[in-house]
Ligand binder design. Structure first.
Ligand SMILES: Nc1ncnc2c1ncn2[C@@H]1O[C@H](COP(=O)(O)OP(=O)(O)OP(=O)(O)O)[C@@H](O)[C@H]1O
Length: 331
């Protein structure tokens, strides 16, 4: 378990991490999300005692990192896969780590095998691809067979097979009762991997909740209906007190009603439906809604607008509708 209490880091005027209090629990994969510059890496560095907090504490299984007798056997971390001695072979890199931490050399072969680098174990790390470097970093994190694992952007540079492999690995480690804490910008991947989420923006805690709850709270779902009898369908819905917003390709988007009820209503009036599909928001949409106000680096010309958040006729809370600025100027 990792416990943060009032964790704060200030760099000059910049408050990189702002009174962060949360707990990363064992037995599940916890995702760590935040826009660029939100303070994720700074938080992870402080967790590993690589950076001193300005105030607040981090406890690893109840202790400060520097009080751990065998840190590598307690916490394994992948922070920066490029932080290796390029002239050393993968085997020697891991052997050095093992020897300086009282870990038997036999473990080096085991972790090389786990990450699929056995065939290149004697090759110098500087010739490794990005994905191979990530695998070597993961091997180093696993070396001490630790109860707690932290991965900063572990899927960076991995191909689809590699991404699938690390997802399975992380879920397997969590299923063994370990604490697994992982940051990633790949939302679709995070949605498949993490059960719990900690989301920060400008150093502050924005959410600490289950994946399902996070998506449900930060997005709205609706039902998309399409019919060759568009006008009749709209009249029937309206007659039943149901408001439908125009959707793409002549569809009608209805919020606040379940698909079965809408289907039955259409059937009672003999209306043919070509589409009756519940639309669930994705983690990416929910994340962009929640963090819109705390994004530090915006792209120009509105490229920071969220994708169609799927909420008919309604802009994300706290921000104008996409194109509102342009429409305002035109009128
Ligand atoms: N050594 C440093 N000196 C000064 N400012 C720093 C330092 N390290 C980080 N920062 C600032 O602190 C803030 C948080 O940075 P951090 O790298 O922790 O964010 P992040 O969430 O990991 O971002 P990304 O997703 O882009 O990796 C940023 O504004 C960054 O510029």
């Amino acid at each position: 378990m990792i416990e943060l209490e009032g964790l704060t880091k200030r760099y000059g005027d910049k408050l990189a991490v702002d009174h962060l209090t949360c707990t990363v629990r064992p037995g599940i994969v916890t995702g760590f999300l935040g826009p660029n510059g939100a303070g994720k890496s700074t938080t992870m560095r402080m967790m590993l005692d690589l950076d001193n907090p300005t105030s607040g504490t981090v406890r690893i299984d109840g202790r400060h990192y520097r009080e751990l007798r065998d840190p590598l056997r307690t916490v394994g971390a992948l922070l920066d896969a490029k932080a290796i001695h390029g002239g050393r072979s993968a085997y020697n890199h891991l052997l050095c780590l093992a020897q300086s931490n009282g870990i038997p050399a036999t473990r080096v072969r085991e972790v090389l095998d786990t990450v699929g680098l056995t065939s290149v174990a004697r090759k110098r790390a500087k010739g490794f691809s990005l994905g191979m470097g990530q695998r070597l970093g993961i091997a180093a994190a696993l070396l001490g067979d630790p109860r707690i694992l932290m991965f900063d952007e572990p899927v960076n540079g991995l191909d689809p097979e590699g991404i699938h492999w690390i997802r399975t690995l992380m879920k397997g480690l969590a299923a063994q009762g370990r604490t697994v804490f992982v940051s990633s910008h790949l939302m679709s991947e995070m949605a498949l991997t993490a059960e719990h989420l900690i989301v920060i923006g400008q150093g502050r805690l924005l959410a600490d909740t289950s994946m399902a709850d996070f998506i449900a709270r930060n997005s709205k779902s609706f039902v998309r209906m399409r019919s060759p009898e568009h006008e009749r369908l709209r009249d029937v819905l309206s007659g039943a007190g149901i408001t439908a917003a125009p959707g793409p390709e002549g569809g009608l988007d209805v919020t606040g009603e379940d698909a079965a009820h809408l289907g039955e209503l259409a059937a009672r009036h003999g209306i043919t439906l070509h589409e009756l599909s519940p639309q669930r928001a994705s983690l990416e949409e929910a994340f962009m809604r929640l963090t819109a106000a705390s994004v530090e680096y915006h792209a120009r010309a509105g490229d920071d607008a969220p994708p169609d958040a799927g909420v008919p006729g309604e802009p994300p809370e706290g921000r104008p509708g996409w194109g509102a600025d342009w429409r305002g100027k035109e009128s």
